[in-house]
Each structure stands twice: as structure tokens, then as C-alpha cells.
Design a protein around this ligand. Structure first.
Ligand SMILES: [Zn+2]
Ligand SMILES: [Zn+2]
Length: 320
């Protein structure tokens, strides 16, 4: 579908004009040449990166998109606030787009399939005005909460507040602009691209241990960048689980943090992958998405009534 087929030209001009701040934040990182870089601002950036990455992975992804565990209404609002501080739009926008990704992974309908262009899968789709709106119908279970809809509509409030807090923290440390530039802008840009690797690189790099109908892969490096999301092939195979590292050595920091929160009662009902799923994933069972499609086509041809496809994970509705 051509771009013009969906909206007017002025819609796109305004839409792309709205992406200018995204590039300005990248440029602002170079202001560190003048503000200087110190141990405290780098530490601040690392802390802001990983705390907010937890918000993105445990909040936006595992809670709002997949409902992989439970928390209170206050807990879910606080999760949304934390995740929204990542400046990746609102929780409902994020989760609705992510549910669409699982319904259409690596097909032409997938808005960030890397096989149709790396740039688009990494960042182009975020900037495209076609993807600006929140499909509330795709996330009715969460859109029913007015406080979440408010936060979704006014999602910039939280990152602006965090930017201001970073400036004042810097002032307290002796250099306000360093707090803003290094502490806030550096960590925000790293957080954007760290998160975006899940849509781009985890469908390109790493091992496939489960025969999913897409190109999802497992990567230790990407898991460390994203608090555990790099075990993406596991996740595509069994989406309902609160954990994405299925083997003991598949380190999943967000899941470990969720277990700590569960031990003090802040979250509960962390969903686990079934035993048969855990036993199935082996590196020697690596199979490409093309092989899966070919096998399914052969199976469909061989029988008039093919058996249900066990490689497909539980439908999202079942996770709600
Ligand atoms: Zn997912
Ligand atoms: Zn994916």
C-alpha cells in the first residue's frame, strides 16, 4: 500500500516533522564535548538505562502486551509510568503494536520485519506516521483503564519530567547540563536502540532452537543488552511466559527482578513455560523458518485434514 493511499500529504509532512526531536536528542548527545563526562554521570546513564529497560521489557512487553504475570492496579500504573519514561510512546501504543507483531511475524503485514529492510525494522517503522495511532481495539483488556489511556495520550509528560529531574540532579552534583546530556540523553538514545534491536537483530542474529513460523533467534549478547529479551526465539515459541530465558544459563535479568518483586508480593502468578516446551528446545533442533513453512506445506498436501500446528504458541487471547 502506498503511503499516500492511507493519509493526506499534509498528514505525512506534519507526521515526519514530529520526528525531528528524535534526531535532536541524538545530536544533543554530542554536547558532552562541552559539558564533560564524569564517573557520576556515566553511572547515572547506566542506571537509567537498565532501570528503564526493565520497564520496557517487564512492563511494556511482558505485562502490557502479553499479560505474563499479575499485579495490582496501582502496580500496573507504576509499571506504565516507569516504562513510559523510556520515551517510546505509551504502554497501550507499544503493546498494541507488539501484539500485531506476533500475529504477523516476518510476513508482509509485520510492520518491522527485517527481511523487508533493516532500517525500517530497526527505526523506520517508529518514525512512520502510519504507525502513530494507538489501535485501542487491539488491547481492550488494558485500554479499559482510564489512567492508562491518559498516560498513553500524554506519554511525553514522564520523559520530560525525568529529563528535568536529571538536570536538577546534575545541578546538585555540580554540572546541571552534564546530568541532562550524559545522564538522560545518552541513556535514552542507548535505550531506544537497545530496544529496537529486538525488532531488528533478534530476527537476524543468533540461534534458532524452536521451530517457529518466523525468523526469531536467541542471542546472549542481545539478552544482556535488553535484560533478557534476546531469548527471542524462546519467546516467539511460547509467548505467555514471564520468563524468556528457558535454560538455567539463559540469563534473564528482567525475570530475576520479577521473581524478587514476586517474593515481596508486588507481582504474582508469573506464568511459566510448560515442561514439554522446556524439553523441546535444543540447539541441534535448529530449523529455519523456510524449512518450517516447507514442512507444513508438505504436511498439508499429504493429508486433507492436517493436525493442529504445535509449533504455534498460545494465542495472545489465552494469555489475557
Ligand atoms: Zn512478545
Ligand atoms: Zn519478534
Amino acid at each position: 500500500m502506498s503511503v499516500q493511499a492511507r493519509h493526506s500529504r499534509s498528514y505525512y509532512i506534519l507526521g515526519y516533522a514530529g520526528t525531528v526531536p528524535f534526531f535532536l536528542v541524538h545530536l544533543a548527545c554530542f554536547a558532552a564535548i562541552w559539558t564533560g563526562v564524569s564517573w557520576w554521570s556515566v553511572t547515572m546513564a547506566i542506571v537509567l538505562y537498565y532501570v528503564r529497560m526493565f520497564g520496557v521489557t517487564a512492563g511494556y512487553h511482558r505485562y502490557f502486551a502479553h499479560r505474563a504475570y499479575k499485579t495490582s492496579r496501582v502496580g500496573q500504573f507504576l509499571l506504565a509510568v516507569l516504562a513510559t519514561s523510556s520515551a517510546q510512546k505509551g504502554a497501550l501504543w507499544w503493546a498494541a503494536h507488539h501484539r500485531h507483531h506476533h500475529r504477523s511475524s516476518d510476513t508482509e503485514d509485520d510492520i518491522h520485519a527485517p527481511k523487508f529492510g533493516f532500517f525500517n525494522s530497526h527505526v523506520g517503522w517508529v518514525l512512520n506516521p502510519d504507525n502513530d495511532a494507538t489501535d485501542y481495539a487491539a488491547i481492550p483488556d488494558m485500554a479499559k483503564y482510564p489512567e492508562l489511556r491518559f498516560l498513553n495520550e500524554f506519554h511525553l509528560l514522564v520523559p520530560f519530567a525525568l529529563g528535568a529531574a536529571s538536570y536538577f540532579f546534575g545541578m546538585w552534583m555540580g554540572n546541571a547540563w552534564e546530568g541532562l546530556v550524559v545522564g538522560f540523553f545518552w541513556s535514552t538514545v542507548a535505550l531506544w536502540h537497545g530496544t529496537f534491536t529486538i525488532n531488528s537483530l533478534t530476527h537476524l542474529w543468533g540461534k534458532r532452537v524452536y521451530p517457529t513460523n518466523d525468523d526469531s533467534r536467541n542471542s546472549f549478547l542481545l539478552a544482556m543488552i535488553t535484560c533478557g529479551e534476546g531469548w527471542h526465539n524462546n519467546h516467539h515459541y511460547y509467548q505467555a511466559a514471564a520468563r524468556q530465558g528457558f535454560k538455567w544459563w539463559e540469563l534473564d535479568p528482567s525475570y530475576l527482578a520479577l521473581k524478587v518483586f514476586a517474593s515481596i508480593g508486588l507481582v504474582w502468578d508469573l506464568k511459566q513455560p510448560p515442561k514439554k516446551v522446556l524439553e523441546l528446545g535444543h540447539a541441534d533442533s535448529v530449523i529455519s523458518a523456510e524449512q518450517v513453512v516447507a514442512q507444513q506445506a508438505a504436511k498439508a498436501k499429504a493429508t486433507t485434514q492436517p493436525e493442529p500446528d504445535e509449533s504455534v504458541s498460545e494465542p495472545l487471547a489465552a494469555t489475557a
